[in-house]
Design a protein around this ligand. Structure first.
Ligand SMILES: C[S@@+](CC[C@H](N)C(=O)[O-])C[C@H]1O[C@@H](n2cnc3c(N)ncnc32)[C@H](O)[C@@H]1O
Length: 276
């Protein structure tokens, strides 16, 4: 079972489910569209919490499978890397008796590319994707593979919880971390460093020395950068829902990318009540 992160976990699930219902409402009478729901980090279908009265809550996969009105999705595709969680989800999916529901044990990146190929071949299929990783597990080329396709994608961006932590204050980032940042953002290390660091020249007794300093607002800059990157692949990107921990530090930015202007409007309407 997956662990509950905090109130924002519930908010994030609510946002996806509300959006899915609004999406299905728009598609209600457009039965010629084959609707695919893709969940790249699906979990077990349940989330364990620390709450005394509710020790287990339904995960997103279960809540999406429960939607009957205004219509169901035609295909459900769940990806989960952990074999035990995948098996648990598979058992629970069986109870819903869906005509086409798949649960696969794999890396989300591989299956995003498979989905991209599927959407290219099946032009009557529209997809709604939910990408809910703990950290920087989604490679930029997986996002890039979805360019020009009929897909709305909700993505959790670990701006504070991971990306900002890799950006060492003095700019001395290990090669392994730089590679991770490059794969995640699809940018080279020089561009990444120029974005997050400034160089100041200091006059010392022994001449000039260059001091590298991290920008103060690196987490906000990370969110804006990721949004701008998404905008190179998709026409529109929603406002982000900013998720903070109990100490008010930003952990994630949650946003939706799409090529459809109506979808953008719906996403922004769904997120708005969650802005504090
Ligand atoms: C935040 S949890 C998912 C919670 C779930 N989306 C929900 O709302 O109920 C992330 C899940 O992704 C799985 N995971 C981690 N890395 C993965 C990867 N590269 N590909 C697919 N699944 C992965 C983890 O085992 C974990 O179950």
């Amino acid at each position: 079972m997956n662990e509950f992160g905090g109130n924002w976990t519930e908010n994030k699930i609510e946002i996806v489910v509300k959006y899915a219902k609004a999406y299905l409402q728009v598609m209600k009478d457009r039965k010629y569209w084959n609707l695919l729901y893709f969940d790249g980090f699906a979990g077990s279908g349940d989330i364990s919490t620390d709450e005394v009265d509710v020790d287990v809550m339904k995960g997103t996969a279960t809540r999406i499978l429960e939607i009957k009105d205004p219509r169901e999705f035609d295909i459900y595709y769940f990806v989960e890397k952990d074999i035990n969680l995948k098996t648990q989800l598979e058992e629970s999916v069986k109870n819903f008796n869906k005509k086409q529901a798949f649960v696969v044990c794999d890396d989300c990146n591989a299956r995003m590319k498979t989905m991209s190929e599927y959407l290219k071949k099946n032009k009557n299929t529209k997809a709604l994707a939910y990408i809910d990783p703990y950290g920087m597990s989604v490679n930029w080329d997986s996002i890039q593979s979805l360019k020009s396709l009929d897909i709305d994608i909700w993505i959790l961006v670990p701006t504070g919880i991971e990306l900002n932590r890799l950006l060492k204050r003095n700019g001395d980032i290990s090669d392994a971390w730089l590679l991770k940042l490059e794969k995640f953002l699809g940018l080279n290390s020089e561009t990444i460093k120029n974005h997050f660091y400034k160089t100041r020249t200091e006059l010392t007794l022994f001449g000039e020395s260059k001091i590298i300093e991290k920008e103060e607002d690196a987490v906000d800059k990370a969110a804006l950068l990721y949004k701008a990157r998404l905008n190179e692949v998709f026409k529109f990107v929603s406002e982000p829902f900013v998720m903070r921990n109990s100490s008010n530090s930003i952990m994630y930015h949650f946003m939706m990318a799409t090529n459809n202007s109506t979808a953008l409007k719906i996403a922004n309407d769904v997120i708005k009540p969650y802005f504090k």
